[in-house]
Write a protein that binds this ligand. Structure first.
Ligand code: CTP
Ligand code: MG
Length: 556
């Protein structure tokens, strides 16, 4: 069921194909492994069930692929829950070979009685497993292999970049090290399905789907998990009798607008997550944003989650970005490097505000690649022309049609290296007429800005919207200055690349360092600004870093 509903149906998808096995499988549970003395969770397994989990996990290791169960390879992924609220123990996702094992596990569970604390008996697929003897781990436990979900440290990353053969090699290394692993992607789908279990308490046939960088192929390990609560399936089951004298339909509660309906739905789901969702902490209901959302931290997976509903267009833009990422191997390498570069220089931030976002940066890279000669990426209009009847998609009056069969898109004849593209990207945007032009991937050429925001990037489907409306003039200026300086650094390297002294950060590694040039020139500019300007921009960033405000401007 879930695979059919994935937004991504491109044929070249390798990573996403097996996901449905894990998710559509009722045998999957998320288990939290805890030492006896640390335990404080909501559901406790009985003794018999504990050994069943351990031995099932161990048995599973001995089996190969292609079993009757259809579950591939080893499926025990461990990780530390590292939400915003610190470490909460070691978690593992356990897949069972036999359905009965899960039944026996569930039969053996009970609600914990916890002295002074009371537990809310809310049904969940997250269990606590308690070891009997913490100082002496059993042989089965020590045989469990963990897959790591954390990106390498900056030090390790810089080291890897310095040892690379070329700048092209550096960009590809960065991509390889930071991209989401298959396990991490699966964990994102699994987390969505756990939230779906909770939302289903209110909306029986709802679906929760990931979107944004979790699925658009531009996600870095550790990126947030954007979730879409899809209530459309519910409508499909509504009785609708059209013949005879009476029209029959389910009775529903009416509210004055779609927006109010969205707010009400998210409000109850937010309450439900907060009060009953095991491991859902730090729940914030941000309902007055342009796109209302519920933000929370999911402890078992360690993901920071943003749950929205009624923004189906964002699913389409995630799918579009996925298509662009799959069209040419240079796209993702370049986007990852630009995203990292921006993060390294604090052009982007995990706190919403007047900063440029990763989504905007990705659009800028796509636009730049459309502008090469010959183009590396096609325009959105040409993807629309290639679409057939099955691709047709109109959402709330917006035409979101584009071709989804990658084989119908002619590969680019452009053979430019990543090194050249990186340098040209910085030169292009270091000299872009942001004051009068808008970035538009639909037509693949600059357009006159329709409004006066410092940075204007047209939303590909809701064309009257600017996806970077939140960006302030000072943040845009910082981007331009850094782009120019980075182009300069790469040009210098071209002239006298010291291939012998590569122990110093070079190429991409040099761009990710806080360079002397950058800090000196930026410091000078900051000093030159009149005090009133500095206070104004400070106020601006404080104002926009409050979640309510900031999210209302990012226009998700
Ligand atoms: N989105 C949008 N318009 C915006 C902001 C976001 O349509 N102004 C959609 C995009 O599809 C985007 C998704 O919402 O991919 C999620 O937004 P966000 O989490 O801000 O960006 P990501 O692409 O997920 O990148 P990040 O890794 O920074 O989370
Ligand atoms: Mg995101």
């Amino acid at each position: 069921g879930l695979l059919a509903s994935l937004p991504l149906c491109a044929q070249r998808s390798q990573v996403l194909r097996p996901i449905h096995r894990l998710l559509s499988c009722p045998r999957t549970v998320a288990a939290e492994i805890k030492r006896e003395e640390q335990s404080s969770g909501s559901v406790e397994t009985g003794d018999g069930a504990v050994s069943s989990v351990c031995s099932v996990a161990a048995t599973h290791r001995g089996r190969g692929k292609g079993e009757e169960t259809g579950i591939a390879g080893e499926r025990v992924a461990c990780g530390h829950g590292r939400g915003a609220f610190g470490n909460r123990g070691l978690y593992a996702v356990v897949e069972f070979c036999q359905k009965e094992s899960v039944t026996s596990l569930q039969n053996g569970t009970r609600t914990p009685s916890m002295g002074t604390e009371a537990a809310i008996p809310f049904r969940s697929r997250v269990f606590n497993l308690k070891t009997k003897n913490p100082s002496n781990p059993t042989s089965e436990q020590s045989r469990v292999q963990c897959s790591i979900h954390a990106p390498p440290s900056s030090k390790k990353l810089l080291e890897l970049l310095c040892y690379a053969e070329s700048i092209d090699d550096q960009l590809n290394t960065l991509l390889k090290e930071l991209q989401l692993t298959e396990e991490n992607t699966k964990l994102r789908y699994l987390t969505c399905s756990l939230i779906e279990d909770i939302a289903a308490a209110y909306f029986l046939d709802c679906t929760v789907r990931p979107f944004g960088s979790s699925v658009n192929s531009f996600g870095k390990l550790g990126c947030d998990l954007d979730m879409f609560l899809d209530l459309d399936e519910i409508g499909k089951f509504s009785a609708n009798k059209t013949s005879g004298n009476f029209l029959m339909e389910f009775q529903v509660k009416n509210v004055p607008s779609e927006r109010i309906a969205t707010q009400k739905i998210l409000s109850v789901i937010g309450e439900c997550l907060d009060h009953f969702g095991p491991g859902c902490v730090g729940v914030q209901k941000i309902l007055n944003a342009r796109c209302p959302l519920v933000r929370f931290s999911h402890q078992a997976s360690g993901f920071q989650c943003d749950l929205t509903t009624n923004n189906r267009i964002a699913l389409k833009s995630s799918e579009l970005l996925y298509i662009y990422g799959a069209l040419d191997s240079r796209v993702r390498a370049l986007v990852f490097s630009i995203r990292c570069w921006a993060r390294a220089h604090s052009l982007t931030s995990s706190i919403p505000g007047s900063w440029i976002t990763n989504f905007s940066l990705t659009m800028m890279v796509i636009f730049f690649l459309q502008r090469r000669s010959p183009p590396i990426l096609p325009t959105l209009d040409s993807l629309k022309t290639l679409a057939d009847a099955e691709d047709k998609c109109v959402i709330e009056g917006h035409n979101c049609t584009f071709v989804r069969d990658l084989n119908k898109i002619k590969p680019s004849g452009n053979t430019e290296t990543l090194e050249l593209l990186l340098k040209e990207f910085f030169e292009y945007f270091g000299n872009f007429a942001f004051n009068k032009n808008s970035i538009n991937i639909r037509q693949g050429r600059e357009q006159n800005k329709p409004e006066s925001s410092p940075l204007h990037i047209q939303n590909p489907f809701e064309t009257s919207l600017n996806i970077s409306k939140n960006v302030s003039q000072s943040q845009l200026q910082k981007f331009v200055d850094l782009a120019r300086e980075s182009a300069w650094i790469l040009n210098q390297e071209d002239k006298d690349r010291p291939s012998s002294s590569r122990s110093q950060p070079w190429g991409l590694a040099a761009l990710l360092m806080p360079s002397v040039v950058n800090s000196a020139s930026l410091a000078k500019r900051v000093r030159k600004k009149p005090a009133s300007e500095r206070i104004k921009s400070l106020l601006e960033s404080i104002k926009s870093s409050s979640p309510e405000n900031a999210t209302s401007t990012n226009g998700k």
